[in-house]
Structures are given as C-alpha cells and as structure tokens.
Design a protein around this ligand. Structure first.
Ligand code: GDP
Length: 301
C-alpha cells in the first residue's frame, strides 16, 4: 500500500511533515498546509477541519515534530472512521449463512469491472462462494469483460446475451442461481450511465424491487466505485449516485496512479460514506479491504 500511495506520499507528506514539524502554526504555515491538502484533493471541508483541529491543539501546547505528526494522524484517521462508526470491522466480511448481494455502481471507466473481478477473487480466497450477475446490459462489451474476469477469478457469471436485456431480469436470474447453489456472495455489475439520471434511478429501483421480492433476507450492499485519479470531479459524480442509489460504501480505485489520494478524506467528510475497499493496481490481487489505520500509516510514515 505504501508503494501504491507513492505519488500522494511524495507530493503531500514530506512537505507536510516539514511544516507541521516547525511548531505552532503561523499564518504562512496554515496557508502552506492548506495548499498541500487541496492539491492532494482532500477537499475544502476536510481541509478546514484538519487545519482548525491541528491549530487548536498546537495553540494549547507546543508539540515536538513527531508529536505533531502523530496528532495529525489521529485527525486523519478520525475523518475516515466517522462514517464507519456503525459498520464494525471494515475487513472483507460478507455475512455468514445468508445470501449477500453487493451492487456495484459507477461511471464507465472507473474500474468497476476490474473491481468485480478482484472482489470475486478475494471472496474465493477468503472461503466464500461467489457468483457474478452481469447486469450492465447496456454495453455488450461490458458483459464480455465481466466474463473475462469471471474466468480469471474462477467465478461463474450469469448473463443474458439477448439484445435490450432488462438488467433486473439478469439480477433475478442471478438471485435464482445463487439461491439454488447456496452461494454466499452475489456480485452485481450495474450500468453507470450518468447522462440519464432518471433512467439510472428507475433501473436501480427496479433492481432493488426484484431483490426485495426474491431475496428479502439477503444482506444488500450498494458500493460506488470511484476513480481516485479524478479527484474532486469524481466526487461530483458520486453525489449523483448518492442521490439515486442507496449507497452503503465506496471502493476507491487507481490509487496507484495518482497524487490525489487525499480524495479518500473528501469522500468520508463530504459524502459521509465509508470506504470499504481500495484498488491500487490492475492485477487481480490489487484490491484490499480498507483500513483507516493502514491508509494513514502508509501515507504518513
Ligand atoms: P469499468 O468501465 O468501470 O468497468 O472499468 P474497467 O474495470 O474496465 O477499468 C478501466 C481501466 O482502469 C482498465 O484499464 C483497468 O485495468 C484500469 N484499472 C482498474 N482499477 C485499477 C487500479 O486500481 N489501478 C490502476 N492503475 N488501474 C486500474
């Protein structure tokens, strides 16, 4: 992870350490920190919170450089943990003995299909049986791509090759297959068309209705896949999804390719959603359950 966050570390952390290590924050220091955080796409809200909290503490007592960095870490962890409060362990943990259904949403290109493949792999590795429903029926290529990831991870894929297939029908078939095979986790690839908010909303609502009807006992998660390289722009997309889908968490991808890793803090602060997984690479192993401790340590150590 440390390596994956290399770009963000280099741009943000070394400089931040130097400034914070100088003692009480004067006006120049505050402005420098502000600029660094905004540059890493931490966002205005989280940046304000970080600086005012840090400043209050440094006014109270002079902290040695290492102490100031440790305190900064607690502020950062606190931001990431707040939306996780009621969620318990952020590890990869589908519930035992019931069907878990995870809906993955996100705009095309953010890494949704890749994430599904990685999640399927993680599931199998962790001893959960898994099935994928290819319900992004709008793009023919999407179904093919999901199948490739299904093969890679050794996971069966439920798809309906017909033209204009109803995504909800694929979800229905997926649930039926999952129930008859006693599957632990059904991963659902959904369409990510933002251009037509109303369609998207209706499509997701219909999928939800099918789930409520056919798998009322299932534990449903709705995960938004966000591309970290898009920084604050990605967050704007996220807001649209947050309006139409009942999101329960975020998967942050492509952290390896960006200096905007600070967007993790903006996600937590602005969207009030827990980050559940992070992707830092194109390979099947490059996804891990999110831990605020691990993330902040990787960033600031
Ligand atoms: P989708 O359109 O949202 O399904 O996106 P894809 O899963 O097809 O991914 C789009 C591109 O992003 C592909 O080239 C992936 O290899 C790449 N990608 C996905 N996740 C990551 C990641 O964590 N790191 C990097 N560097 N690339 C990624």
């Amino acid at each position: 992870l440390r390596q994956g966050l290399g770009k963000t570390r280099r741009s943000l952390v070394n400089q931040l350490k130097a400034i914070v290590g100088q003692g009480p924050l004067n006006r120049d220091a505050v402005m420098e920190i502000e600029a660094l955080l905004l540059q890493a796409d931490v966002g205005l809200e989280a940046t304000d919170y970080i600086i005012s909290t840090l400043q209050n503490r440094l006014r109270e007592e002079a902290l040695p450089p290492e102490g100031a960095i440790e305190y900064l870490k607690t502020i950062l962890r606190d931001i990431l943990d707040r939306p996780l409060k009621n969620l318990g362990d952020p590890a990869f943990a589908p519930e035992k003995d019931i069907l878990n259904i995870w809906l993955l949403t996100g705009v095309n290109g953010v890494g949704k299909t890749t994430t599904i493949g990685k999640l399927a792999h993680l599931a199998q590795k962790s001893g959960y049986s898994c099935l994928i429903a290819a319900a992004d029926t709008f793009r023919a290529a999407a179904v093919e791509q999901v199948k490739v990831w299904g093969e890679r991870s050794g996971t069966p894929v439920i798809a309906n090759p017909g033209k204009n297939t109803d995504p909800a029908a694929v979800v229905y078939d997926g649930i039926a297959a999952a129930q008859s095979r006693n599957i632990d986790l059904l991963l659902v690839d959904t369409a990510g068309r933002l251009q037509n908010k109303k369609n998207l909303m209706e499509e997701l609502a219909k999928i939800r209705r099918i789930i409520d009807k056919k798998a009322a006992d299932a534990k449903v998660e709705s995960l938004l896949v966000l591309d970290a390289t898009l920084g604050q722009n990605g967050l704007r997309q996220a807001q649209v999804f947050a309006e139409v889908a009942k999101l329960s968490g975020v998967v942050l991808t492509k952290l390896d390719g960006t200096a905007k890793g600070g967007v993790a803090f903006a996600v937590a602060q602005q969207l009030n959603l827990p980050i559940r997984f992070i992707g830092a690479g194109e390979g099947i192993e490059d996804l891990r359950p999110f831990s605020s401790y691990e993330f902040v340590e990787a960033l600031l150590n």
